[in-house]
Design a protein around this ligand. Structure first.
Ligand SMILES: *Cc1c(COP(=O)(O)O)cnc(C)c1O
Length: 229
């Protein structure tokens, strides 16, 4: 049986190799372990092996695990990477450290209004539908600049960058294409004066392509925890 600690080591090995192939510094890509559908005990194992950032897709499921792992709350960073509805923004603003899936201004405004005063600003990325994603969620690339400037001005949020979920199919070259498009959009926002530092892209099947195109955070589920039920 492959343990979570072993899988984590393998993923770090892939990341190091990808960084070298891209002539980027080792450890220049953060690993977000995607723990959706995995029990709290699996997260505990990953934490014991040194993993600190975890990504969840479903708000209710995440809240249950955050409660089960309350003893580790100060050590774990919780990232919401799944779709967020308006009626869930308050609990998300209260419980998470990051939200990657901001796909409209109204959601960002609510999160900013509802982020507790004593907490650090909520770290956010805008989700972009970069290649007509299967999920269909995310901002159209043409709308991203206006929304980014508006979100960057919200007091209780900190806009960190962009996120996308392209279907990881084809060879390395075709996998690189949507990641390159997201990176170019990211760079165009930086050129317009937005201080962004996070390109959230790359999953188990396409992390190498994402790192070659400049990903700063990859979201890895299966390769860390094994296949989902
Ligand atoms: C499930 C999921 C991932 C991780 O996918 P794997 O293929 O298991 O690595 C990454 N990002 C998002 C948004 C997801 O929903």
């Amino acid at each position: 049986m492959t343990t979570i600690a072993t899988r984590l080591q393998q993923v770090h090995g892939r990341l190091t190799n990808a960084c070298r192939a891209a002539q980027r510094p080792d450890n220049s890509v953060a690993l977000l372990a995607v723990s959706k559908t995995q029990p709290a005990d699996a997260i505990r194992c990953a934490h014991a092996a040194g993993q600190r950032a975890f990504g969840e897709n479903y708000v209710q499921e995440a809240l249950a695990k955050i409660a089960q792992l309350a003893d580790l709350r100060q050590q774990i960073e919780w990232h919401l990477i799944g779709p967020l509805q308006g009626n869930k923004t308050r609990v998300v603003a209260e419980a998470f450290d990051w939200v990657h899936s901001i796909d409209r201004l109204r959601i960002a405004q609510r999160l900013s209004e509802q982020r507790p005063a004593g907490a650090a600003p909520l770290q956010v990325c805008l989700q972009v539908n970069i290649s007509g994603e299967a999920s269909k969620s995310g901002l159209a690339p043409a709308d991203v600049a206006d929304v980014a400037h508006a979100v960057a001005a919200l007091p209780r949020l900190r806009l960190r960058g962009l996120m996308a979920i392209p279907e990881p199919d084809g060879d390395l070259e075709s996998q690189r294409r949507p990641h390159r498009a997201l990176r170019e959009l990211f760079e165009s926002l930086q050129a317009r004066g937005l201080a962004l530092d996070t390109l959230s892209m790359g999953m188990s099947a396409d992390l190498e392509a994402a790192v070659l195109e400049g990903a700063t955070m990859v979201r890895i589920g299966t390769a860390v925890f094994g296949a989902r039920a």
